[in-house]
Design a protein around this ligand. Structure first.
Ligand code: AKG
Length: 320
């Protein structure tokens, strides 16, 4: 989104006096600040990520604030809000302001709100998100975003990293871009939600089998167009993408290995060190994330709400 549009969107966030400022650094790295009487958005990393201060998300939010957050989400791809002690019901209600919510077929949910996934990892339930992935790409209309709240944290470790599929795509050579624009890939829930890990009792085995039956593999473009910004980005991930339809098995492995490791280059990432009640809101359409699994035997509890999106597509005819 052009800077000017974003500034206008931000002005809608506060009823009081507003002041906006946009800065572009001399070395060409985009650094944008928008300062208002109550809300500030500060970019924290070149490829993606911004810290938003001056908002209380425990209160119902206005349509103007919702629209401004959505616009900033597209611009920065992941937004961080500190000190938002949301109950599961408040968390669900907030997420619902951005769209219909997904109910995960395997992860446990909060008793108070079935749309809130509880990721409670400890030495009996070791972490499983230490792989670069985009959430729930195994359905026809994968999530547009997710809101992750930190509840219980280890004394150190447990940071999460996000990577921009847009920055990663833009860094490819023109010839390679042209090649991958022609490709589609299969995404399969079974690639990550295995019977061995998630189905070790008769009940959980049935749950995993049912989840697979209800979620047969789907095919998405390898490069998708962001439906709002119209930017292109890489849309394959290590956890769920199983093969490229137009290539042989070995060619597919080679291209997937390259793309999934390319996306995670540090230059395309931002790393967040959590404090209790921090909330991250990421645009799931063209980002991936990785939760570091370096805190055993300590416990870490996160709550996630997942907002459904639209069917990925590749718009042809636009350069880059
Ligand atoms: O726990 C985290 O930091 C991230 C969890 C995750 O990977 C997910 O919600 O998909």
């Amino acid at each position: 989104m052009p800077f000017l549009c974003r500034a206008v969107a931000l002005q809608a966030m506060c009823a009081g006096e507003c002041r906006t400022r946009t800065e572009i650094s001399l070395i060409g790295v985009k650094t944008v600040f928008a300062t208002l009487s109550c809300v500030q958005v500060t970019r924290i990393s070149p490829a993606l990520g911004a810290l938003v201060t001056g908002v209380d998300l425990c209160q119902p939010i206005s349509n103007d604030l919702r629209d401004a957050i959505s616009a900033n989400l597209v611009e920065h791809q992941v937004l961080f809000f500190e000190n938002q002690p949301l109950t599961p019901v408040q968390h669900r209600d907030l997420a619902q302001r951005f769209g219909e919510l997904h109910v995960h077929p395997i992860y446990p949910n909060s008793g108070d709100a079935k749309e809130i996934i509880v990721l409670d990892t400890n030495d009996k339930n070791p972490p499983d998100s230490d792989e670069w992935h985009t959430d729930v790409t195994f359905i026809e209309q994968p999530p547009l975003g997710a809101l992750l709240s930190a509840r219980v944290l280890p004394p150190f470790g447990g940071d999460t990293l996000w990577a921009s599929g847009i920055a990663a795509y833009e860094a490819l050579s023109d010839s390679f871009k042209e090649f991958i624009l022609t490709l589609t890939a299969e995404h399969d829930i079974a690639a990550s939600f295995t019977i061995e890990r998630y189905g070790n009792s008769p009940e959980t085995r049935k749950m995993v089998e049912n989840a697979r039956l209800k979620n047969p593999p789907v095919v998405h473009p390898v490069v998708r167009t962001h439906p709002v910004s119209k930017q292109r980005g890489i849309f394959v991930n290590y956890s769920f993408t199983t093969r490229i339809m137009e290539l042989s098995t070995r060619e597919s492995e080679m291209v997937l290995n390259y793309l999934t490791s390319h996306v995670s280059k540090p230059e395309f990432t931002v790393r967040w060190k959590w404090k209790q009640y921090d909330l991250a809101f990421w645009d799931n359409r063209l980002t991936q994330h990785y939760a570091t699994a370096d805190y055993m035997p300590h416990r870490r509890v996160m709550h996630r709400a997942t907002i459904l999106g639209d069917k990925p597509y590749l718009e042809s005819g636009i350069a880059s």
